[in-house]
Design a protein around this ligand. Sequence first.
Ligand code: PMV
Length: 311
Amino acid sequence: MTTAQAHPNIALVKYWGKQDSPGNLPAAQNLSITLAGLTTTTRVSEADDDGIWLNDKPTEDAKISRWLARLRGTFDIPPLHITSHNDFPTSAGLASSASGFAALITAINAHCQLGLNAEMCSEWARMGSASAARSLFGGFVALVPPLWQAVPLAMSAHWPLEVVVAVTSNEAKTVSSGAGMERSRLTSPFYKTWLRDAATDFAQASQAIAAKDFGALATVAESSCLKMHSVMLTSQPSLSYWTPASIACMDGVRSLREEGQDVFFTVDAGPQIKAVCLPSSADAVAAALAATPGVLQIIRSTLGEGARVIG
Ligand code: PMV
């Protein structure tokens, strides 16, 4: 039996849309931070037949089954009993598939002695869920061509940002990110502009992280997030992942910034708001978001480490 842990990551420069080629490749480079405060723990052991338990319930997951079949096309892997547990809401815009695939390949790699290094694990995680490639590493992480294996940009200690997550719904999303991004690629009039801007956004965010320039990172991260949601909203049929409380939290973050707090928001394919802040602003941000009507739960996080075997 082998157990691995991984954390979700949230993209500050996002991708939304895949390349029209095999390998589950994002259409544009992207950049994330890994969150210590949310954890997926995955355990694998040999069994008579494959079986997957997610959060203590037996699960039929076509995405995981397809991915396992692909892995078995390259490696000799026996039937596996897999249990995976998230200590946070699953499939609700908190990147559970990212931490899930990162923990799964890390556990299988160790258990079945596949001999993969972290970059190769990142590539296999990406084939399950593109954002999962980034959860192999901690701190600030990039997913870039030509290899599309994640690359660590800076350790958490370089710039110990904090993240306050405002949970506004515990419902699983009705349109998966994979289906949503394909809809956007085919129908949003803004899709081409979105892809065109990605390289500039990526360069600006990388420079802001290297220089620890919070204002510059705030500007480019909010812009990347809102451009992605504009592409979603202008897809046919329109994709809207926000609740009224999501919008109230974004307004709240803007007000906090006007009051002098160092904070910006980012939102993925779900209704949760992630407020990224300097540690000196974290208490004020958490208090303001907790007091926002419709916020169900606050999760606070520092930046975390990459996927690892724990036993
Ligand atoms: O790779 P997926 O299927 O987990 O989709 C990720 C989509 C976003 O979280 C919205 C953007 C991103 O870059 O993580």
